[in-house]
Design a protein around this ligand. Structure first.
Ligand code: ADP
Ligand code: MG
Length: 327
């Protein structure tokens, strides 16, 4: 997408027509930087909008926002303008893209302190974003396991994790999944003793010997059986989706299946493996041109993989092991 002068969107009308539509919020995270979160977010947004869906991309990487660069647009207002109160209404920070039904809320790199907004600011932001009437709202989250990031992840209907087939990325993804669950439990807990237990469990080397969400649930049930049961039910309703990015071999492709088994066995958590994306030189070429891959090279290997991932996400399907073994 060539850089161009972009007019402000006709926001009030747009909002009128979009009101009352059904929407889904997808959040894309990953334990570490450089796993392809922004690349995936931008292209998932483009793929959905090419299907005729009305899509909003939100750059919620408040520490290092660059989603606008993947889309080749120059935002005139950013999320930090809304967080710090410079712009009062979130619809005033929408930036249009080259696709008529794809809008962007850009983040900002220059307000590091905003990477840790206050509780009220954060809740207001999550509520305002969720109030926006698009069919799909895609949140591109930053790296790490900070509370703000986990809260964004947990606020979404679908939490997606992008992992690279490398030990560091795999380790960080497991850490992220664990942290997201502990955060969720902590928000559910009322009893101060249960809260204390969860806080203790967050320290990986805690003296209570709690190493996994499984262990934590057993400890909670021994203090407060009812809460233990509620938390067990919460585990069943939350299943993050995993995408393995930059695959180069069949072993890389099957990584998602082994992660799914490990999460079930050690964490008691159901993770869905929704697909892989091949390592593809066209990706960095498109990134260099500031054009989403799906628009620049719709038939490139990674673009085909992305379309399959989007289809699995929409249909709540998982990748089938057979499809890899047949290759
Ligand atoms: N499947 C892929 N094949 C080749 N390069 C990729 C692929 N996915 C991502 N990249 C490249 O990796 C880099 C990091 O991606 P990015 O989306 O910025 O990561 P994150 O947002 O997780 O920090 C970018 O330069 C991007 O072009
Ligand atoms: Mg990014």
């Amino acid at each position: 997408m060539a850089k161009k002068q972009i007019e402000r969107p006709p926001v009030p009308d747009l909002f009128e027509t979009l009101k009352s539509s059904k929407k889904e919020v997808w959040a894309i995270a990953g334990g570490k930087g450089g796993t392809g979160k922004s690349f995936i977010a931008a292209n998932v947004g483009v793929a959905l909008s090419k299907m005729g869906k009305r899509v909003l991309l939100v750059d919620a990487d408040l520490g290092c926002a660059n989603l606008h660069t993947f889309l080749g647009v120059e935002p005139t207002a950013t999320l930090s303008d809304f967080i710090n109160g410079k712009i009062k209404s979130i619809d005033k920070v929408l930036t249009p893209t080259d696709l008529p039904n794809l809008m962007l809320i850009s983040g900002a790199c220059d307000f590091l302190e905003i990477a840790n907004p206050k509780h009220t600011q954060k809740n207001r932001l999550i509520r305002r974003i969720q109030d926006l009437s698009f069919e799909y709202i895609i949140l591109d989250l930053g790296a790490g396991t900070g509370f703000t990031l986990l809260d964004f992840f947990l606020s979404a209907d679908t939490g997606i994790l992008s992992v690279l087939p490398e030990p560091t990325s795999i380790e960080n993804t497991y850490r992220f999944i664990k942290s997201a669950f502990y955060r969720r439990f902590k928000k559910m807990a009322k009893d101060p003793k249960v809260k204390e237990l969860i806080i203790a469990a967050m320290n990986e080397k805690n003296e209570l010997g709690i190493r996994t969400p499984h262990d934590l649930l057993d400890h909670v049930a021994s203090i407060d059986n009812e809460m233990g049961q509620k938390m067990k039910e919460a585990v069943l309703t939350f299943s993050p989706k995993v995408i393995v990015n930059q695959v180069r071999s069949r072993d890389d492709m099957t990584l998602g299946f082994s992660m799914r088994s490990a999460c079930a066995k050690y964490f008691g958590i159901k993770v869905d493996y929704v697909g892989y994306i091949e390592y593809d030189d066209y990706v960095w070429m498109a990134t260099k041109k500031k054009t989403p891959l799906i628009l620049e090279r719709p038939y490139a290997p990674a673009a085909r993989c992305l379309n399959q991932v989007v289809s699995n996400l929409i249909n709540r399907d998982e990748l089938k092991l057979d499809s890899i073994l047949k290759m």
